[in-house]
Each structure stands twice: as C-alpha cells, then as structure tokens.
Design a protein around this ligand. Structure first.
Ligand SMILES: Nc1ncnc2c1ncn2[C@@H]1O[C@H](COP(=O)(O)OP(=O)(O)OP(=O)(O)O)[C@@H](O)[C@H]1O
Ligand SMILES: [Mg+2]
Length: 562
C-alpha cells in the first residue's frame, strides 16, 4: 500500500525521518527565475519565440531612435543553421550604448534606462534584450556578439549571462574609433522556427512599419528573400516627454520609498518636486488638513503612519489631471496612409479621442481606425498595438480584443463581423502600459481602458455604418433600374410588331430607356431630398446621442491650472 510522506512508517514498517524542507532553502537570481519560466518572456512555441526575439530587438531600436531623434534604419537577417536553429543579426543606426552600460543593458535582466521613468516607450522592464540573449545562450550554449557605436567609440565584444548571479559575461572586447553609430547584435538561436504566418516575423515587421511610418526596415528571411519596408514619412516623431508620477496614483508605500532616495530637504518640497500637479498651494491645503505633520521636516522623517495620513488627505482634495500632451499617438493621417498601403481597403474611418487617465493617474490615449473592404481577400482582423508595438499573441486575454468583441457590430450594419472584410486597428499609448505579463503581448482587462477603447471603436464605426448604408442604397437603385430595363427590349419588339413597323424597334427601345431613366431619376431625386432632411434632423439630435453613447470617461479632476 502506498503511504503518504506524512506517515513516518515506510512499507517495511521502518521509521522514516521526514525531510526538513528548510535544508533545501536557497536564493535564486531573477535570471534563474526567468530561465525556468521563459514562457513569461514570450518564449513558448518555436514560432512565437523567434517573433519575440525580433520584437524585442526591433522595439529597442525604435525606442533608441526616438531618444536620439533620428529616423531609424533597422536591418534584420535570419539564417538557418540547423533543425530549429537560426542565426539572427539586428542592426540599427540609433546611437548605440556606451561601453559602461553595454554589459548590463544586454547581459543582465531587469536593467535598463526605462523601468523607472514615466515616459511613453516601447520597452519598460529592462528584460527584453537581455532575456533574448539568455534564451540564445541556453538554447545554443553560445554568447551573443555585439558591436556598439556610441559617440565615435566602437566596442565589439561577446556578451553572455551568468545566470546564477544575473550578471553580464563580457569576453573578447575590442575598442576602436569610427563612424558607426548604432547597435548590431548577432546571436545564435535554438528551439525557434521561421514561419510565414500571422504570428511570424514577416507579419510582425509589416505591422511594425504600419505603426511606425518613420522607420525603415530591411529584412532578409532565411531563404535569402529580401523584404524592404521603406519609411512612409520623413519626419522624426516628436520625442515623448517624461513626466512624474501623478500624486493620485501614489500609495503610502511609494511615498515612504520615494522619500528615502530624493534630494529635497523638506516634506513640502519633496511633494512639490517629485510628483506631478502638486503646486505650493496644494501643499498648503494638505498642511491645513494635517496640522500634526510638520512639512518642514526632512522627507526621511516620513514613516508609514504619516505617509498613510498624507495619502488619505491627498484623496480628499481635487487635483489637476495629469499632463496628457506628453503622449505620442501615431496620428490619424499616418494611420490612414499605412492602412491604405497594407490593406488597400475601400473605406477607412477613424476615432478622434483625447487622452484619458486610468487608475493611478496614468495618462493614456486610444487611437482606433476601421478599414472596410479589402482587395487582398483578408478579412476580420483585429490589429492591436501598444505604444506602436504590434501585439500578435495572447489576443484572447487582451483588453483591446475584449473591447472589439463586445461591440454590437450589427448596430453599425456589420452583420457578420467574423466574416466581413473589416479590420479594426487599435493603438494604446501610455507612459505605462498595463501588460498582463513580462512578454508584453496583452493589455490587462482594466474596466476603464476597455470602456474607452469601446468608445473609440464606436466613434469610428459610425461613418462605416454610413458608408455601408450608401453601398446598400446604390445596390438597391441599380437593381430597380435593372428590373425596369429587363422588359424594355421585349416591349420594344412587341410594340413595333403590333404597329407593323419593325424598323422602328430600336427607336421605340431608345424612347422606353429614356422614359425609364427619367422616371427612375425622379424617384431617386425624391429619395435624396428625403434623406437630406432626415440627415439634418439627425445632426440636430446628434450631439445628444453621441454624448450618451460615448460617455466622456473624465475623472473628477480640477478643470484649470492654479
Ligand atoms: N538598440 C539599442 N540602442 C540603444 N540602447 C539600447 C538598444 N537596445 C537596448 N538598449 C538599452 O538597453 C536597455 C535594456 O534593454 P531591454 O530590452 O533589456 O529592456 P528595456 O527595453 O528597457 O525594457 P523591456 O524589457 O520592456 O524591453 C534599454 O533600456 C536601453 O537602455
Ligand atoms: Mg526592450
């Protein structure tokens, strides 16, 4: 009989000492954690793993281009090296990484220039590139080779990761002076596969260009086929502006933590300097609410109790909403041009939403475009983006998909959303994207975000409805004409025979056609006049209807600056 470990007799009746599990107690590095849980970084499935790697390197290049204000030129090459083995080379012209940070940036997980900042960027964790280099190492045993050109100093070296310590391992480093300004990474990859599917590298790059029309991407596929995605606009996008955390998003824990690592000497200055929208007047209001706290004390004097009181008081006051001009959407014109290039649809409609705030006072903005009627046969696509990065995976768990799926499409004359030639493009931009995992492929199911995305979709869907109504209308008119004209030839023949004037058949036919055109024309004119009157009446009621449908999603913020 099988005995559970809780029973200290084995099946021979001998006494077995229980294992002391604490003798197994160990610490692990974050690299070890992600090595064991690599699916959390997007390394699950061979095709997805390869797309993830291209995605991480490409989005780093685009971020770097934006930081230094240049038009990115990105080169990506994949070469097959064996069964499910490829070599990847990614190169950009985006300024490179200085020698001092090169190892940590690429050979240490959770290290980078983005995690601690409130700025709209594609990366935000400090784990993307280093995760890929770790994946390369654990699937082939080889380090990556890197060339970084930063301010005329070119560093070339191999970079690997000491997984148990989460530290970079740099070998064969050389330093020269030269013109190259950018980063080139070459890595050997195992357990990956190139596939030309909706989840593959090609599709990923196609969508990347759609959302980044200022970037030029050249891709050489494993079969040596060269794909060139030229840039559609020659203007460097304005770099996103860094902001500070909004006071309404701060917890007591944040306050205590922040207070230990700042330079200000008084609590009052600490509040005003470190958080967005805290003016000296607001500090005074807080002081009045909290007479027991001495705001002239150093911030290090803030303990948990005072921090909790402060945060409670913060929530009783009204604050100006976080700045939203710091966000960088793609822009209606660019989105329309890109959709036109890729899908060549008959019709495109777009939303025009202003930035909003989600919990924690984090600014975000949603851009939606709906494209209808493709010539390339594709249909029903939801194209999701976050900070201009395509999200190809985990669609089912994503707030953006949820928003699209919960729209009553029939209200917009889209009777069969699954099978009609319709693409919904959604771009979510924010200084902090609430991803569901470190793999950055799905946005959390946050109610406020879903509601705003739905509003944006409904806004764009209305003109689509108008367009589809128009098509149906034209089809109805055309079939009405056909019905009348169908009898004209027969009638002209019969009439000319009855009158015994066979030579007049063509003249009678022409007369009848003119008569039909004239009569149908009169009917259509009357219909158009009726439609115009209805449109004017709708427009008069429209503001109310739209307001009800949209909601404005506004928070209870102060209206003006102080
Ligand atoms: N192509 C590049 N050009 C310049 N700097 C780069 C480039 N790639 C990476 N870096 C630097 O290396 C750091 C680490 O990159 P990594 O992809 O690991 O993390 P991240 O981009 O900060 O965040 P995420 O984990 O969300 O991708 C970046 O923060 C950036 O400073
Ligand atoms: Mg990154």
């Amino acid at each position: 009989m099988y005995r559970y470990a809780t029973n200290n007799n084995n099946n021979k009746g001998e006494i077995v000492m229980p294992i002391d599990s604490f003798s197994q107690f160990k610490e692990h590095s974050v690299a070890e954690f992600f090595k064991k849980n690599k699916q959390m970084l997007g390394f699950s499935g061979k095709v997805r793993s390869l797309t993830t790697i291209v995605h991480e390197f490409t989005s780093n290049s685009l971020d770097a281009g934006e930081e230094v204000g240049i038009l990115p030129e990105i080169f990506i090459q994949l070469e097959e090296e064996g069964d499910d083995k490829y070599k990847i080379a990614v190169q950009d012209n985006c300024g490179g990484i200085p020698e001092k940070y090169l190892g940590k940036a690429l050979g240490q997980l959770l290290a980078g220039t983005k995690f601690h900042r409130y700025v709209q960027q594609r990366g935000q964790q400090g784990i993307g590139a280093s995760g890929c280099i770790m994946y390369s190492q654990i699937t082939t045993g080889k380090p990556a080779w890197v060339r970084s050109g930063y301010k005329n100093v070119i560093i070339e070296c191999n970079i690997g990761i000491n997984v148990s310590k989460n530290t970079p391992v740099i070998t064969n480093l050389t330093k020269t002076m030269g013109e190259f300004s950018g980063l080139r990474i070459e890595a050997h990859l195992g357990d990956v596969r190139y596939e030309n599917s909706g989840y593959g590298v090609y599709e990923y790059l196609k969508q990347t260009v759609l959302a980044n029309p200022h970037a030029q991407i050249e891709f050489i596929a494993p079969d040596a086929q060269r794909y060139m995605f030229p840039r559609a606009v020659d203007v460097v996008p304005k770099p996103p502006i860094e902001t500070k955390p909004h006071i309404l998003g701060i917890t007591a824990n944040d306050l205590v933590e922040f207070s230990r690592r700042i330079k200000e000497s008084r609590i009052s200055a600490f509040l005003a300097e470190e958080f967005s929208r805290v003016s000296s007047n607001k500090v005074k209001e807080l002081q009045e609410l909290l007479p027991d706290i001495d705001f002239s004390q150093p911030p290090t004097s803030l303990n948990w109790d005072t921090a909790e009181k402060l945060i409670k008081a913060v929530h009783t006051l009204k604050w100006i909403a976080p700045a939203t001009d710091i966000l960088r959407p793609i822009g209606k014109e660019n989105v329309a041009r890109a959709l036109q290039n890729i899908l060549n649809p008959q019709f495109i409609a777009q939303s025009d939403r202003s930035p909003q705030i989600f919990h924690g006072g984090i600014p975000y903005q949603v851009e939606v475009a709906i494209a209808y009627g493709f010539t390339n046969g594709a249909h029903n696509r939801i194209m999701r983006f976050a900070n201009r990065v395509p999200l190809l995976f985990d669609a089912g768990a994503c707030g953006l998909t949820e928003a699209v799926k919960t729209i009553e499409w029939k209200r917009y004359r889209i009777d069969d959303f699954e099978n009609m030639p319709i693409a919904v493009f959604v771009n979510f931009v924010s200084v902090h994207v609430p991803y569901t995992s470190a793999g950055k492929q799905a946005i959390a199911l946050e109610e406020e975000i879903i509601a705003e995305v739905r509003n944006a979709i409904m806004e764009a869907a209305r003109p689509v409805k108008g367009y589809l109504n128009g098509i149906v209308h034209l089809q109805e008119r055309s079939s009405r004409r056909k019905v009348f004209l169908r009898y004209v030839a027969q009638l002209a023949g019969d009439m000319s025979e009855l009158a015994d004037m066979p030579k007049k058949k063509e003249a009678i036919k022409k007369g009848l056609v003119d008569l039909v055109e004239h009569r149908v024309g009169l009917i259509e004119e009357a219909e158009d006049a009726e439609a115009e009157t209805a449109k004017e009446a709708n427009a008069a009621n429209g503001a109310v209807a739209n307001g009800q449908e949209n909601g404005n999603g506004k928070k209870d913020f102060e209206e003006k600056g102080e």
